[in-house]
Design a protein around this ligand. Structure first.
Ligand code: PXP
Length: 259
């Protein structure tokens, strides 16, 4: 299992005070030393964490392949084509969201996606589509010409949190899932089964399969056990742990769980 470390949250901390540190660039060597396989960043339209100069320096200086997440906005795609990261992961973006909620609506944006994927390929950038685990979306992703799909694990992570955490349930975003434990167990198994089925369908279609969103040290193992998934992109939980352990140890701890 490969690990892409999403370092956006380092920039989140920097932006909290609009200062120079912590600098996400400093993470590159540490993540590599810890044994991870990829650097993942998201250049958002509102530039709320990673900025253009961060993205430019990270792509230029990273010793690991860079997976650059972005929307299908024209200005952003032009920037990505200039930067030429190893991979672009196309994600939906809404300004008001705290983080990427839900996968791409690839049927609604089919034509635009087709044009964007073609353009990225012209610039020798491989393309991944961040999609909900759903077999029809796997087929469509293949049809559109993507090399990868990244399965959105947010639903699984939310149900897991509801089922296993001792925090007051009012703290969770998905309050409608405040259900009896037995029901949550069933939902958890179903969400894993859906991930498994979609991963297998994608693999059969010839797609490479990644997964991510909301994965942490408690919930990652069952997802890492889904064999068609060959890469996990994980950010918030690793950067959160690094506050106490340092980044190198936090990455090593995650690698020990998923390999
Ligand atoms: N993969 C994609 C496509 C994402 O948009 C994100 C969040 O930026 C992640 C992975 C990482 O999610 P998290 O920070 O919850 O681990």
């Amino acid at each position: 299992m490969k690990l892409g470390v999403n370092i956006d949250h380092i920039a989140v901390l920097r932006q909290a005070r609009l200062v120079n540190d912590p600098d996400p660039l400093q993470a590159l060597g540490i993540v590599q030393r810890a044994g991870a396989d990829q650097i993942t960043i998201h250049l958002r339209e509102d530039r709320r964490h990673i900025h253009d100069d961060d993205a430019q320096m990270i792509v230029a200086q990273s010793p690991l392949p860079v997976n650059l997440e972005c929307s299908i906005n024209e200005e952003i795609i032009d920037i990505i084509c200039r930067l030429r990261p190893h991979r672009a992961t196309l994600v939906p973006e809404r300004r008001e969201e705290v983080t990427t909620e839900g996968g791409l609506d690839i049927f609604t944006y089919e034509e635009r996606l087709q044009a964007v994927i073609k353009k990225l390929h012209t610039h020798e950038i491989e393309v991944s589509l961040f999609v909900d685990p759903d077999e029809t979306l796997m087929r469509k992703s293949r049809e559109l010409g993507a090399e990868w799909v990244e399965l959105h694990t947010g639903r699984y992570a939310n149900i897991y949190a509801m089922r296993h955490s001792n925090l007051p349930r009012t703290r969770y975003a998905v309050k409608e899932w405040d259900k009896p434990r037995r029901e949550l167990d069933t939902m958890l198994n179903q969400s894993l089964q859906t991930l498994q089925d979609s991963a297998r369908a994608a693999q059969t279609l010839g797609l490479k399969v990644a997964a991510g969103h909301g994965l942490n040290y408690q919930n990652v193992r069952p997802v890492a056990d889904i064999s068609p998934i060959e890469e996990l992109n994980i950010g918030q939980s690793i950067i959160a742990r690094s506050v106490y352990t340092g980044l190198e140890q936090a990455v090593k701890d995650m690698l020990a769980l998923i390999r």
